[in-house]
Unconditional design. Structure first.
Length: 151
């Protein structure tokens, strides 16, 4: 730690004092090649520092406007070749097949757009509370209402 302290408190100030920094902008035109050579390490260091700061600021602001990286995507696996995923299901088919239908909202279902319960594991792992959209016919809804009132 003492070596670092010495570099910061003694050697760096001595180095900066020895640099031929002109007091006006016109003075830079009068510098010799040897003097530019002495200024080169400082100019490179300052330029690199400015570049790193600006690029990190640009990267953080461009994240808001740019496409999100796939770890931020909600849909990580379903029909990625399509620009937009939309499924159509006939209402008549829903009424005939079952009393209710569960549709996935977590994008993790292997039977997408139908729910297969994948959200349960996701909720346990992340603390999220996502669940399916459940569609029921009027008859199924009234029966469910009666059953829940009886319990």
């Amino acid at each position: 730690m003492e070596a670092i302290s010495r570099v910061i408190k003694v050697q760096l100030p001595n180095y900066l004092r020895s640099l031929p920094v002109p007091s006006t902008f016109g003075g830079f035109l009068k510098l010799s090649g040897k003097e530019w050579g002495q200024l080169a390490p400082l100019l490179v260091s300052v330029s690199l520092f400015v570049y790193v700061v600006i690029s990190s600021l640009m990267r953080s602001t461009s994240k808001l406007a740019a496409k999100k990286p796939d770890q931020d995507w909600v849909n990580k696996t379903q029909q990625k070749e399509k620009e937009k995923v939309a499924d159509t299901i006939q209402i008549e088919d829903l009424a005939e097949k079952a009393a209710y239908h569960a549709f996935c909202r977590c994008w993790k279902s292997k039977k997408f757009p139908r729910c297969d319960g994948s959200h349960t594991q996701h909720n346990k792992e992340t603390g999220d509370n996502v669940g399916p959209v459940v569609l029921k016919g009027k008859k199924a809804c009234s029966n469910t209402f009666i059953l829940t009132n009886l319990l």
